[in-house]
Ligand binder design. Structure first.
Ligand SMILES: Cc1ncc(COP(=O)(O)O)c(C=O)c1O
Length: 379
């Protein structure tokens, strides 16, 4: 079977893991955690990084560090992986769902500004939702398919209203916005190092930013907010700091980040060329304002009717291809979450996506098999 996304572990992973075992440093104290944080900060152009056990944990700790409290609202696009919303809920806050740009997958800055103008008011330093009286504490723009949304207008919308911004860049390590790496653009940004990401630590995440004090706050929270050497804690917080074992794998993977990114981009280009002119479908390209990490290559079909069928047909040929993120507001845990507008664009675009095999280890002849199979089924 040609898998959708599988890790490539042929570098120093085994050697570094053995070092952990031999040294006895398998938990969160150990040299690989520090090395991993330095490497992630460097790779993302940030001043500092705090490593966690998952991207979801990184989002949750990042939001807490920004001051998100129970009862707050946190704005985010409905087109995202459910972890973005779950992290908000884990803080005791409520996701407030916004739409993406028409025909696209990225948060619509104009709709965001209009919605906030219509539904919120300024109260001192805070932005308050008129109808519920809840504070809009933060905004989470999301890097769909590893590419950033157009952040400059989004940041301006947030800045003038006193809303903090945390970028969910889970699949976007290596992406750029107008030439800038993503680590220093928003107050905080989060990456995931789950097994299906370009670089993995098995399971893992990181919060990065340009303010070392904010990152120190995140790191403190991920150690169960332990204050000093004894069992004194100064906040309610989960222990989610990354382990030395996870970081060992992550360090080995980061040594090959440039190679992996080049492979991902080559895969994207080969699909775009090989599937050009396909009737009723096209490869989803990066948005004009940014360069993505090309984490996953996907087709956008003209309609949703063929997605499940195509996925099943490719499955029969030993090709793993799948439908992708479904809008948060259509999922049972968040059906009653507050929303801004109809979210029609997210609803229209989400069911038309099918993700194609995109592992860094995908061989050219395997990719050609995928391209040929797609042509056969769609023409
Ligand atoms: C946009 C987005 N946010 C958050 C996450 C959560 O990361 P993790 O699975 O490491 O918790 C993911 C993971 O796929 C993601 O794609």
């Amino acid at each position: 079977v040609i898998p959708l996304l599988e890790p490539e572990l042929s570098g120093n992973e085994a050697r570094y893991l053995l070092e952990c075992v031999r040294s006895g440093l398998v938990s969160w104290i150990g040299p690989f955690v520090d090395r991993f944080e330095e490497a992630v900060a460097r790779a993302s152009g940030a001043a500092a990084a705090a490593a966690t056990q998952s991207g979801t944990a990184a989002l949750q700790a990042g939001l807490c560090a920004l001051g998100v409290r129970p009862g707050d609202l946190v704005a985010l696009p409905s087109y995202t992986f459910i972890a973005s919303a779950n992290a908000v809920a884990l803080c005791g806050a409520e996701p407030w769902l916004f739409d993406v740009e028409p025909g696209s997958f990225w948060l619509d800055a104009e709709a965001l500004a209009l919605g906030l103008d219509r539904e919120t008011r300024r109260d001192g330093q805070s932005c308050v939702h008129r109808a519920s009286g809840r504070r809009v504490a933060a905004l989470i723009p999301v890097c769909a398919f590893g590419a950033p949304p157009d952040l400059d207008p989004i940041l301006e919308v947030a800045r003038v209203r006193g809303i903090s911004v945390l970028l969910d860049a889970a699949p976007a390590l290596g992406a750029r916005l107008g030439g800038r790496p993503l680590g220093g653009i928003c107050e905080l940004a989060v990456f995931s190092f789950n097994g299906n990401k370009t670089v993995t630590s098995g399971s893992g995440g990181a919060v990065v930013g340009s303010d070392p004090e904010a990152i120190a706050r995140v790191r403190h929270l991920t150690r169960a907010a332990r204050a000093g050497a004894g069992y004194a804690h100064d906040a309610r917080a989960l222990h989610t700091r990354m382990s030395n074992l996870q970081a060992a794998v992550g360090c080995a993977q980061l040594e090959r980040l440039d190679l992996y990114l080049a492979r991902k981009r080559a895969i994207r280009s080969r699909y775009a060329e090989g599937l050009a002119g396909l009737p009723g479908a096209r490869i989803i390209e990066d948005p004009a304002h940014g360069t993505g990490s090309a984490w996953v290559s996907a087709l956008l079909l003209d309609g949703p009717e063929r997605v499940e069928e195509l996925s099943a047909e490719l499955g029969v040929e030993g090709i793993e291809a799948r439908s992708f993120w479904q809008p948060i507001h259509l999922q049972p845990p968040y059906r009653s979450a507050p929303r801004c507008g109809t979210l029609e664009h997210a609803e229209r675009v989400a069911p038309r996506v099918i993700a194609l095999p995109s592992s860094v280890s995908l061989a050219e002849d395997e990719q050609d098999r995928v391209i040929e199979a797609v042509w056969k089924r769609l023409s």
